[in-house]
Design a protein around this ligand. Structure first.
Ligand SMILES: NC(=O)c1ccc[n+]([C@@H]2O[C@H](COP(=O)([O-])OP(=O)(O)OC[C@H]3O[C@@H](n4cnc5c(N)ncnc54)[C@H](OP(=O)(O)O)[C@@H]3O)[C@@H](O)[C@H]2O)c1
Length: 241
């Protein structure tokens, strides 16, 4: 039966790849992003419905939830990325505050606000699931971005414990370096890319479809006993032993 799938940050990269995968199953897929042109073009490309929504804005997130309908089966919190902020001419502390607020807003609060807004709709589904995009940076000391992704993984454990008894699973996918996304805003150098590939065991970058396949699996019947976990998808660049 067709499911309803909401993918925040579905206008590019990993979220867009996941959207295509669910659309090909015949699911109703809603994608979001902050820029209308990108949302519209991703919706045209994938066959998903596009809604412009800044996940850090409670009013926009509330309107997004209302547009979903009464039931939501799959929530993918993919909105996130490196912090966007303006350096203060006044003081280094002001700049530090701006960076950390931006990192936490973009990577943690987008997921917390959206999940809170659609919680009752997920509970209405017979097999609801929340899948949030974490990052290898949570374990590899990536400053404000990594700290925000570590907080996301910590929050997921509590979320799982609250939703689990009501039949909803919740997991984080901690992705390693993934090619062909807008995450690095075109600033990835060849040297840095080679270094990241060298850290893997399989000597290749991640592809958006690697992560989309894991998202798809976590939303499948075979994953119903997996909850409260952080699943690492990184070619061996970070291992849990
Ligand atoms: N690529 C990697 O190497 C990598 C590695 C580990 C984890 N991740 C994580 O994977 C997720 C997807 O990133 P990606 O690699 O696919 O990068 P991407 O291509 O830049 O996709 C990020 C998406 O999030 C949206 N977005 C950003 N801020 C938002 C906000 N406040 N509200 C709503 N949407 C917002 C972007 O659209 P707009 O900018 O138009 O809003 C875009 O659709 C992120 O959480 C990222 O941290 C990526």
């Amino acid at each position: 039966m067709a499911r309803t799938v909401l993918i925040t940050g579905g206008s590019s990269g990993i979220g867009l790849a996941a959207a295509k995968r669910f659309v090909s199953d015949g699911d109703r897929v809603v994608i979001t992003g902050r820029h209308e042109d990108r949302v519209r073009s991703a919706a045209d490309e994938s066959g998903a419905e596009g809604i412009v929504c800044d996940g850090t804005d409670p009013g926009q997130v509330a309107r997004l939830a209302e547009s979903i309908g009464d039931e939501l089966d799959v929530l993918v919190n993919s909105a996130g990325g490196l912090p966007e902020f303006t350096a203060s001419a006044q003081s280094q502390l002001e700049t530090t505050l701006a960076e950390w607020n931006a990192a936490l807003s973009k990577n943690l609060l987008t997921a917390v606000l959206t999940t809170t807004a659609v919680r009752d709709r997920l509970l209405a589904s017979p097999d609801g699931t929340v899948i949030s995009l974490g990052a290898i940076g949570a374990d590899h000391g990536a400053g404000s971005y990594g700290a925000a992704k570590a907080a996301l993984a910590a929050w997921n454990v509590v979320l799982s414990s609250l939703l689990g008894p009501k039949g909803v699973t919740s997991n984080v996918i901690a992705a390693g370096f993934v090619d062909d996304t807008n995450l690095f805003h075109g600033r990835m150098t060849d040297r840095r890319r080679e270094g990241l590939v060298e850290e893997t065991h399989d000597k290749r970058p991640g592809a958006v479809d690697d992560i989309a396949a894991t998202i798809h699996f976590l939303a499948s019947p075979g994953a119903r006993h997996i909850t409260g976990q952080t699943i690492h998808v990184n070619g061996g660049a970070h291992t849990t032993r």
